[in-house]
Design a binder for this molecule. Structure first.
Ligand SMILES: *Cc1c(COP(=O)(O)O)cnc(C)c1O
Length: 420
C-alpha cells in the first residue's frame, strides 16, 4: 500500500514504514536517531523527470548544491550526469570530491571572494553567474592575473510582477540578487570589451517553492527579448539559464510536474540554438528525504500536550525559521485513538518546534518520520545547544549507506580552546 504522502518511495507495511522496502525501524536500531534518511530511487526519479521533460533539447540540469550538499547526495547526481549550481568555494570542493564535472559547474552568489574566483578558474568551472558590475571588474582582474578568460553570464532580475505572483521573492528590483533588467544591456556591452571575460550566457532565478508555471514563462519572455537585443548588437550567447524554484508538496500543495512546468518554456525555446539550463534544488531532493526521530517524552499539559523528540530546530530549522509545515507520521502507529500534540525538540527556545497540533497514535519511545526533509534540512543544521548533528543514510535498494556519520562531541570541540 502506498501512503498518500509526499515521499514517493515510502510505504506502510506490517513492520511500519519502509523506504525502498527497508524498515525505518531497522535503520533507527542500527544507526540511532535523529537520522536523515534518503532514497536513491527517489533522487534518481526526480532528476530523470527533468531529463525526460527536456527530451533531446540541448540542455543541462545543474543541481543547486545548497539544498543538500552531502557528498553522498552529490555523487548520486554526478553519476546521473548532472551539472551543479554552487554558491561558494566550499560547495565547489564538495562537488569535486563527489566526482562532479567542473565543466558543468555554474557559480552563483552576490559575494564571491577573490580566492573563490581563483579556485573556480583553476578548477575550470563552466560559468560564473555575475551579480554586479563590481563583481565583473573583480573577476576580470583575477582572471587576468592568472592569464585566463572567465566565462560569464549575468544574473538578471526580470522583475516579474509581485502582485500577480506574491510568492516570488528573489527576482525583484528591490532585492540584493542579480542586476536590474534595465542595466543588463550596458553590462553586457561593458563585459564584451573586457579582455579576460568571455560572455557565455544569461541567468535568472525568480524565487523558490513556485507552484505555478506562469511567472517563469513571463520571466523567460523578458529574458528572450534581451537575448535577441544582444544578438542584434553582435553579442551572442550559448546558454540561457532559467534558475531553479519549482515547488514540492509538503502538505496539500499541487506543484506542476517538471513536464508541466517546462512545457511553456520549451515552447518558447523551440527552434533556438542556445542550451537551456536549470538550477533546481528543492524539487530534486526535498521529497527524497525524511528525518527519523524518536519520542523521548510525552508531556500532557493543561492547554497542550507535548511530544518531545530527539530531533530539534538545530537539525531541521525550517519550521522555526519559516513556520514551514512538514508532515509528521508515526513509523508504526499504535492501535489507539490519536492524541493531538505539539511536536517539539529539546532546545531551550520556544521556537523549537517541528509541528503544531499533530494527531498521533504514539507512546514514549516510538519513532516518528518528519517528511519532505531532503532539501534545506541538513544544510541548514547547526550545533546550537552543543548538539552533535544527525547522521545521514542513503537507502539504495536493499543497501543502506552511511553518507555522514553522526557527529560526536570531539567533532564539536575540535579547534576550540580555553584561555591558557
Ligand atoms: C537557491 C537557489 C536555487 C535553487 O532553488 P530551489 O528553490 O531549491 O529550486 C537555484 N539557483 C539559485 C541562484 C539559488 O540561489
Amino acid at each position: 500500500m502506498t501512503l498518500a504522502l509526499p515521499v514517493p518511495t515510502l510505504t506502510a507495511g506490517p513492520a511500519g514504514l519502509t523506504l525502498e522496502g527497508v524498515a525505518l525501524a531497522d535503520i533507527a536500531a542500527q544507526f540511532g536517531t535523529p537520522t536523515y534518511v534518503y532514497s536513491r530511487a527517489a533522487l534518481t526519479a526526480a532528476f530523470n523527470a527533468y531529463q525526460q521533460a527536456l527530451g533531446l533539447r540541448k540542455s543541462l540540469v545543474c543541481y543547486a548544491v545548497k539544498a543538500n550538499s552531502s557528498l553522498g547526495i552529490l555523487s548520486v547526481f554526478a553519476r546521473l550526469g548532472a551539472g551543479f549550481d554552487i554558491v561558494s568555494g566550499g560547495e565547489l570542493a564538495r562537488v569535486l570530491a563527489a566526482g562532479g564535472d567542473a565543466g558543468k559547474v555554474i557559480f552563483s552568489g552576490v559575494g564571491k571572494t577573490r580566492d573563490e574566483m581563483r579556485y573556480a578558474l583553476e578548477s575550470g568551472i563552466g560559468c560564473f553567474n555575475v551579480e554586479s558590475a563590481a563583481e565583473l571588474d573583480r573577476l576580470n582582474e583575477v582572471a587576468a592575473s592568472m592569464g585566463k578568460r572567465a566565462p560569464i553570464a549575468f544574473r538578471v532580475n526580470p522583475d516579474v510582477n509581485p502582485n500577480t505572483h506574491p510568492y516570488i521573492s528573489t527576482g525583484l528590483r528591490s532585492n540584493k540578487f542579480g542586476v536590474a533588467f534595465t542595466e543588463a544591456l550596458d553590462l553586457y556591452r561593458k563585459a564584451s570589451k573586457l579582455p579576460n571575460i568571455e560572455i557565455s550566457g544569461i541567468d535568472c532565478h525568480i524565487g523558490s517553492q513556485l507552484l505555478d508555471p506562469a511567472p517563469m514563462a513571463e520571466a523567460a519572455d523578458k529574458i528572450l527579448g534581451l537575448v535577441d537585443q544582444l544578438a542584434s548588437e553582435g553579442i551572442k550567447l550559448d546558454h540561457i539559464d532559467l534558475g531553479g524554484g519549482l515547488g514540492i508538496r509538503y502538505r496539500d500543495e499541487e506543484p506542476p510536474t517538471p513536464t508541466e512546468y517546462l512545457a511553456p518554456l520549451l515552447a518558447r525555446f523551440e527552434g533556438r540554438d542556445e542550451a537551456l539550463c536549470f538550477e533546481p534544488g528543492r524539487s530534486l531532493v526535498g521529497n527524497a528525504g525524511l528525518l527519523l526521530t524518536r519520542i523521548e517524552y510525552l508531556k500532557p499539559g493543561v492547554e497542550k500536550n507535548f511530544a518531545i523528540i530527539d530531533a530539534a530546530m538545530n537539525d531541521l530549522a525550517r519550521p522555526a525559521l519559516y513556520d514551514a509545515y512538514h508532515e509528521i507520521v508515526a513509523v508504526a502507529p499504535r492501535n489507539v485513538p490519536a492524541t493531538r500534540y505539539e511536536v517539539v525538540g529539546p532546545i531551550c527556545e520556544s521556537g523549537d518546534f517541528l509541528g503544531h497540533d499533530r494527531d498521533l497514535a504514539v507512546d514514549t519511545g516510538d519513532l516518528l518520520a518528519i517528511l519532505s526533509a531532503g532539501a534545506y534540512g541538513m544544510t541548514m543544521s547547526s550545533n546550537y545547544n552543543t548538539r552533535p548533528r544527525a547522521a545521514e543514510v542513503l537507502v539504495d535498494g536493499s543497501e543502506v549507506h552511511v553518507i555522514r556519520e553522526r557527529e560526536t562531541l570531539e567533532h564539536l570541540l575540535k579547534g576550540e580552546r580555553p584561555l591558557p
